[in-house]
Structure formats: structure tokens, C-alpha cells
Design a protein around this ligand. Structure first.
Ligand SMILES: Cc1ncc(COP(=O)(O)O)c(C=O)c1O
Length: 449
């Protein structure tokens, strides 16, 4: 009989309630982000703190670009500003080659301020003012029309400026995802979209160059994109045959899922969400099957937001209090709440201790610091017994938080970027009372001093 190998014995701390190495999962901790210790980040920039990894952003963008180009090379990304419009984040995507996708005059101005020319801006959204459109048309942005009143306004602007706006038609459709998003654009199935095209052609004041759709958000079914692409390409074929117009682009919007976990999901997001290659394959299949595509090779635009930025963002937070609730559950109070983590309304974020774990694992409710009953960051999570001052990393939080966060009760924290060289740069400073009072005015008769 062969002699068995010798393995030196190790002592493993037994943590009550936590499965060990022979059971399902071992609780873990993470004490750094991109090799920058969490302790140092908190010491230098405070807690709570949003941290973005430039390395992750660039890596994810390249991964997505590669996945789609593999199936259809004429692909371009428009960075969805609403997902995260901090200048440093947008500039990183633009350096990687992304255009800007904006949905308001404010976002349009942001893109222009960063040096993005109108020709590389896709202007979406249901609420574009006349002034927004005058600027966008004169700078030759691509404007995806949401409704008939906007179409009409663009025709007026066309006459006023003596210039044909470059437009796409936003289309909504049944892709098997319910509830169906039908409030944006013109419907495909009832031929409203076709009639909008016909209206543009008969008006002869707009240059129709593409079709757009955004089928919904956090779409977990890649085949929905196959259906969306096939329907838009089919419509593009009709537009070419019926009106003699060859469209230059097909824009499939955003909605690709990140690795977050929806509140109602059982499996964790990194298992449940399809990977970007699966979406690319579905879309590529529709493009490669389409006779319109074979003939014209239109640009495939994607406006992915969350799928490109979510995993690059972390929120570092510290324990400020502990409680036992009347039902016996443990509760932790963190210094970051729902005011800065809007997405805790939709997701069960991952909460990872930032130092070695001690004590027992128990069902724990995690609260934020607000004096509001709704300030619950996570319900009933199995969590170790942290000490006051211990840090926690909440992830992924890169999408929609630093745009949808609220200035409420307290100041919004610093946001830092860990650069590819390992430097830490502040990309948005923590607010002060001066920042907040800056826009307020106190009528003279109410002045108490
Ligand atoms: C028109 C449009 N494009 C792109 C996006 C980005 O979506 P996501 O972050 O889900 O990829 C949105 C988000 O709502 C949108 O409305």
C-alpha cells in the first residue's frame, strides 16, 4: 500500500453557525481594493467612501467590446451618462472609445464640457426641451425621437435652423419581457413605429439615420435582445424597400444585467446573471441572420450602463452601533444609508467584512445612519459579529448610486478612483455645509442674526 502524503495539521477557528471547509460556504473578508488597504482608504478619505477601480472599468469595457466585435465588428458603445456621470468615470469610458448617451440637457452639457463633439452624442429620453434640441441639432448630435410632439418640434427646428436634424426612431416592442416597457418611443407590433417613419419621410425635414430600442432594465434573458435586434433589423429592411432609406445604425440601448442580486432573486447575481458573451452571441446571431445587415452593415450601438460599471464600484462603510432587536435578531448600524445607496431598494448587495472575522455568524439586519425607518441596507443577512469601527465593503455599487443619491440629513461622502497605476484620486469631494447652503436664499425679514 502506498504511503499516504503528510499534510501538516492546521487549526481552524470554529465559528458558530458558519459552515466550515467541509460544508457550503466559508465566510470571508476583503481588506483591500486593488491592493489599497481599506484601513488606509478610511484614514485618508473618511467613511463612508465610494471607491471606483479604473482597472476594472477599462477591463470590463474591453471585455464587452471584444465579446460583441467577435460576432459583429461594427459595434460602438454610447456611455449611458445617467448610470454614472462623474466626470472621471465618463472620461475613462470616452478614452476607451465610447460615445456619450445622454437623456437630458444637463447630461448633454456634461458631455460637451468633457470635449465630446455633438457628432458623438446620442440624445435619448422623453423630455428634450426646445433649447436642448436647438443645440443638439446645430451640433449634429443623433436624436432618437420619443413621441410625435418631439418629431413635430424637430421639424420646426429644422426650418428655424435651415438644417436637417439627424434622427433615429425609438421603438418599443414585445420581446417576451413583462411588464413590457411601452411608454418610450413608438410601438413595433401595432405599426406605430412604421407610421412614425412614414411621417418623417412625408415631412421631409428630418434625416432618418437609425432605429433605437431600450427593452427594459436588468434583463436576465439574452434571447430578448435577439428578438429586439431581429425586429429592428426587419423594420430597417422595410424602410429600405418602402422608402429607399438605408439606415446607418441599430441601437439596442442598455439593460444588460450586472452581477448584482435583485431583492426577489434566490441565487446570487454572479451565478444568476448571464455573462456578456451570452448577450453578444444573441445579438450577433440576429445581425448575422439579417439580409439588411449582410447588405449594409449598419453600426450596432449599445448603451450598456450597469453591466459596464457596477462591479467597478464599492462603498466602504463603518459600524457605528450594534443592537439586539425585540425579536432577537442582531442589528448593525452603519454610517452609510439608503440616501447614498439608492440601489439597496432593488438589490441585495454583497456585504463583506473588511477585516478578519471573529465571533459568531447570526442573522443580522443592517441599518444605515438615518433617523428613518426605511433606512435598511439589508434584511436578515448571515453576518459575523463586527466591532464598532470595523469596516464593511458593499458591492457592486458602481451603477446609479452616484447619480441617484440624495443629499438628505447629512453630507454625501468622498468618491475616489484607484487609478491603473495604483494611485488614489478624489473624483468627487465630500460635501460641506457651504456647498449645500450655496443655492439657498434667506429672505431679509427671516434673518435671525
Ligand atoms: C435609453 C437608455 N439607454 C441606456 C440605459 C442604460 O441602462 P442599463 O444601465 O440598464 O444598461 C438606460 C437606462 O435606463 C436608458 O434609458
Amino acid at each position: 500500500m502506498a504511503k499516504k502524503s503528510y499534510y501538516a495539521p492546521t487549526i481552524e477557528r470554529k465559528v458558530a453557525g458558519a459552515p466550515g471547509k467541509f460544508a457550503t460556504s466559508v465566510p470571508s473578508y476583503q481588506d483591500n481594493i486593488d491592493e489599497i488597504p481599506i484601513k488606509a482608504l478610511i484614514e485618508n478619505y473618511g467613511s463612508p467612501l465610494f471607491v471606483f477601480s479604473e482597472k476594472s472599468i477599462r477591463w470590463k469595457f474591453k471585455e464587452a467590446q471584444r465579446a460583441f466585435s467577435l460576432h459583429y465588428p461594427n459595434v460602438k458603445f454610447g456611455w449611458s451618462y445617467k448610470t454614472n456621470y462623474l466626470q472621471a468615470i465618463c472620461a475613462t469610458f470616452h478614452q476607451e472609445g465610447a460615445w456619450a448617451e445622454v437623456v437630458s440637457g444637463m447630461e448633454y452639457e456634461r458631455a460637451r464640457l468633457l470635449g465630446i463633439p455633438g457628432k458623438k452624442i446620442i440624445f435619448n429620453g422623453p423630455s428634450k426641451t426646445k433649447n436642448d434640441l436647438l443645440k443638439a441639432v446645430s451640433e449634429e448630435a443623433t436624436i432618437n425621437i420619443d413621441h410625435l410632439d418631439e418629431l413635430f418640434l424637430l421639424e420646426e427646428i429644422s426650418v428655424e435652423l435651415g438644417k436637417k436634424p439627424r434622427v433615429g426612431v425609438r421603438v418599443n416592442m414585445d420581446t417576451g419581457i413583462y411588464p413590457q416597457w411601452s411608454r418610450f418611443g413608438f410601438n413595433y407590433e401595432n405599426r406605430e413605429a412604421y407610421r412614425a417613419v412614414q411621417r418623417i419621410v412625408t415631412g421631409n425635414k428630418l434625416e432618418l439615420i437609425g432605429l433605437h430600442t431600450h427593452i427594459g432594465t436588468f434583463i436576465l434573458e439574452p434571447n430578448a435582445y435577439y428578438i429586439a435586434a431581429a425586429k429592428l433589423l426587419n423594420l430597417a429592411g422595410y424602410i429600405e424597400t418602402d422608402f429607399g432609406i438605408t439606415l446607418q445604425f441599430i441601437d439596442l440601448g442598455g439593460g444588460i444585467a450586472s452581477n448584482n442580486t435583485l431583492c426577489e432573486q434566490y441565487l446570487p447575481g454572479d451565478i444568476a446573471s448571464p455573462n456578456i458573451e451570452q448577450y453578444a452571441e444573441a445579438i450577433g446571431k440576429a445581425f448575422n441572420e439579417s439580409p439588411f445587415c449582410r447588405k449594409n452593415q449598419p453600426t450596432l450601438f449599445l448603451e450598456s450602463g450597469r453591466a459596464l460599471i457596477d462591479e467597478a464600484g464599492y462603498l466602504v462603510s463603518s459600524v457605528i452601533g450594534k443592537k439586539t432587536l425585540v425579536d432577537g435578531q442582531k442589528a448593525l448600524i452603519l454610517d452609510a444609508g439608503v440616501n447614498i445607496l439608492y440601489t439597496s431598494n432593488w438589490y441585495k448587495h454583497k456585504f463583506t467584512p473588511a477585516q478578519p472575522i471573529t465571533g459568531t455568524i447570526e442573522n443580522t439586519v443592517i441599518y444605515g445612519p438615518l433617523c428613518m425607518n426605511i433606512d435598511v441596507m439589508r434584511h436578515g443577512i448571515r453576518f459575523p459579529d463586527l466591532k464598532i469601527g470595523d469596516a464593511v465593503i458593499i458591492s457592486p455599487v458602481g451603477a446609479y448610486n452616484v447619480t441617484q443619491w440624495m443629499q438628505f440629513i447629512t453630507y454625501r461622502p468622498n468618491v475616489v478612483l484607484i487609478t491603473v497605476n495604483g494611485d488614489v484620486e478624489i473624483i468627487r469631494e465630500k460635501e460641506t455645509l457651504k456647498d449645500i447652503l450655496h443655492k439657498e436664499k434667506l429672505p431679509k425679514h427671516l434673518n435671525l442674526s
